[in-house]
Design a protein around this ligand. Sequence first.
Ligand code: PLP
Length: 395
Amino acid sequence: MVGSESRYQAFLDALGQDRLRRELTTVTARDARVLEVDGRSYVNLASNDYLALRFHDALIAHAREWAKTYGTGSGASRLVTGNLDLFAGVEGKVAALKSKPAALVMASGFQANAAVLQALFDKTILGAEPLVFADRLNHASMHFGCKAAGVHQLRYRHGDAADLAELLIQSQGDSRPKFILTESVFSMDGDQAPLPEIVRLARAHDAMLIVDDAHATGILGEGGSGLSDGADLVIGTFSKALGSFGAYVACSATMRDYLINRCNGFIYSTALPPPVLGAIDAALDLFPGMDDARNHVAGLAARFRAGAQKLGYDTGASSTQIVPVIAGTAEAAVALSGKLREAEFWATAIRPPTVPQGTARVRLAFTAAHTEQDIDGLLDALGAAAPAPAKAVSV
Ligand SMILES: Cc1ncc(COP(=O)(O)O)c(C=O)c1O
């Protein structure tokens, strides 16, 4: 092995011993409901394509049309020659959707959180290290952005507005700029942040509220507009319910201008390609009218939660299309995922560090492509996989 490679290998070996080693599985997906692995078909319960839009004719046609007209790549960063005229239309639609004066398209959700938070928390601009109050279960990309900015996060108990209030009160005399950082719907738990209370706290303590609406945009809220009401700045992705790729920031005109001038992930990265923008543009037109699909997905998730709880499984505080089946140890989660696979349901075991120790789980995500029969078959498979794992510890 060359140089430090033996150390990387030792790290991998240790992960393997703890059943925490991650591996890539090659899949084939030709529609939103089913995927194939090694020639065998599974109902796909592990995709964030909540509205099943990634195979929708309108998105494919628009992607194709814009590829044909504008090419397959944007050629440069937006500050060079990549600011294609297509962006203005897409950003106008996102700003209207989020009731904000402006929006800025970014390369991906991870990149947006990593780069935008780094720029916003810049001590040299703010004059001091900001106080960043963050939900303990925020997505890895938000932690990454905070780390890149060199800020220490003040982490409040997951979904606990009273704990956040306590921390804010403790810092009342502190004149440093304050930010509150939360997801609207938590990606691994499918529960919702108590946003009305958090908005009230943000206003009372003069804190800027940043909400990651990745798992609500398109699928939850009025007309699928998401659950970010009251946020000062919203970050979200086009990669989940909107069926393609890329991300957005919705904010004031000043914040948009600031990011264009200070956000390295925006400045030094090639603009999204026209076919992707075409798919995004079509999805933005389509999803507001998809209430039937949204109701269908909500009904499937409720049906599943009720059935799983009856079988003795712990589905946490899920109230959305994302439902965890909390198994406890990594081993138990992997075993449960394996049992579901035997019954031809594909659901991934999520283990630490993605989720806290003791709360490893199988994460299920329901989409418009699933049927009630799928849910009933899944519940049968869960029933056959008994005994239900013990209740998990709360975080
Ligand atoms: C809350 C949250 N934010 C951001 C991301 C990253 O988004 P993307 O997949 O577009 O990079 C994800 C998805 O993994 C997420 O769950």
